[in-house]
Design a protein around this ligand. Structure first.
Ligand SMILES: Cc1ncc(COP(=O)(O)O)c(C=O)c1O
Length: 417
């Protein structure tokens, strides 16, 4: 079938391949602990009951027609108040755009700023920037990061690439690593962006930052930092991505917000409008009502976050225990989001069936078959296949499931020669 070059060259998702393998094993009656998806099992992590009731009430009140293109004013007002109250970030309702989750916002940032051939810089591993670069024909510059730096970029890593670049895509707390920027590291990167923009000619397109903070409310004690709060001079150059998908376990509710310079937000509004990617009106009405009640939000978050943190810590401690027993594994202490970064350094080892594990994907498939635990290798997020680090997402597993994984991983790794 003849389709566009874009469609022909879309990259398949490695996560979907892993999902297919899991489904095949499930069909054979096996029970696989699936740590691959950045989602929640709603039976383990339901959305706040008040939000659910508010959504139902909004439908009963017939909020079923088109919402305004930039989102309902009441929601934009409440988002503005929420950002100020929770994160000390200032954004007026005119600087805020509502969409059906944060993905259309990310896509519209790319479409609003990036011309074909423009340089877009982002760290590897990172989530989905490669796909948006592909769709917009951007020249993508992936910056390798290291475990020592919690897989976040440092100023020295980005500095060589900023000349002439259009967009620097950053995320904290980061998917896939669950790690967060140190204030000084982000400050140094911000200073480079300020200097780069000061060096550009009048009328030249500036360098923008897309700052994805969709996990900002899911942190475990470490302070979330953001570019404009640290460097107010950057106000005209930073577009933030945020929303309720992760912090309220509401991935299927589809309410996201982006905010930034009004001129860019206005263009993004038109693009989101052409996509028709508005958040459903009833969900907007309900979200506005829900987030204005700070006590309600915090009651939910306190319980939700402590459960997620307990799962991440259990897995982290399990990997530390295996490491202390001499296994070639490691993990980075969880800081935020729903992810743990784990290492299983087993390339070159041979399975009991005599197969040699050549890549991180091979190690992953071995763990799926032998330990019944599915992770996602960082190669799915842009690193080389020889980087033996993986993302473990805890949103669809119970604490008991997670506790039961470690002995299975131990047994599987013991069989490798
Ligand atoms: C960093 C990051 N940004 C954005 C999204 C997309 O969120 P939404 O479901 O609101 O489109 C995800 C989802 O996994 C994510 O991890």
């Amino acid at each position: 079938m003849a389709v566009s070059v874009l469609a022909q060259t879309l990259k398949g998702s490695e996560i979907i391949k892993i999902g297919n393998e899991i489904n095949e094993l499930k069909r054979q009656g096996q029970n696989i602990a699936n740590l691959t998806i950045g989602d929640f099992d709603p039976n383990i992590y339901p959305i706040p009951s008040e939000l659910r009731d508010d959504i139902i009430e909004a439908y009963q009140a017939n909020h079923t027609n088109y919402p305004p293109a930039d989102g309902m004013l009441e929601l934009r007002k409440q988002v503005s108040a929420f950002l100020e109250r929770e994160l000390r970030i200032q954004a007026t309702p005119n600087e805020i755009l509502i969409a059906s989750g944060s993905r259309p916002l990310i896509y519209s940032v790319f479409l609003a700023l990036v011309d074909p051939g423009d340089k877009v810089i982002y760290p590897a591993p990172s989530w989905n920037n490669n796909h948006y670069c592909h769709i917009t024909g951007a020249q993508e510059i992936q910056i390798p990061t290291t475990a020592e730096n919690n897989f976040l970029p440092k100023a020295a890593d980005v500095a060589p690439h900023l000349k002439g670049a259009t967009l620097l895509a950053l995320c904290s707390p980061q998917n896939p690593t669950g790690t967060m920027f140190e204030q000084s590291d982000l400050e140094e990167i911000c200073d480079l962006v300020i200097a780069e923009n000061a060096s550009r000619q009048r009328g030249e397109k500036p360098l923008y930052i897309m700052y994805d903070q969709i996990y900002a409310m899911l942190t475990f004690g470490k302070k979330h930092v953001d570019p404009v709060t640290l460097r107010p001079k950057l106000k005209d150059y930073v577009i933030y991505i945020d929303g309720i998908s992760k912090c309220l376990a509401a991935t299927g509710v589809r309410v996201g917000w982006g905010f930034g310079p009004e001129k860019v937000i206005a263009k993004m509004r038109s693009i989101v409008g052409h996509m028709g990617a508005w958040a459903p009106k009833a969900e907007q009405v309900a979200t506005a009502k829900y987030i204005q009640n700070s006590e309600q939000v915090h009651n939910y978050l306190n319980i939700f976050k402590s459960r997620i943190q307990e799962c991440l810590n259990t897995l982290y401690q399990g990997f530390q225990q295996l490491k202390s027993e001499g296994f070639a594994v490691d993990a980075i202490e969880p800081m935020g989001a729903i992810y743990l970064t784990v290492k299983a350094d087993y390339t070159g080892k041979t399975t009991p069936e005599g197969e040699v594990l050549n890549t991180s994907a091979d190690i992953n498939f071995y763990l799926i078959k032998e330990a019944k635990v599915a992770l996602v290798p960082f190669s799915a997020f842009g690193t080389d296949g020889n980087v033996n680090w993986f993302r473990a997402s805890v949103g669809t597993s119970s604490l008991e499931d997670i506790q039961a994984m470690i002995p299975r991983i131990r047994e599987a790794l013991s069989k490798l020669k």
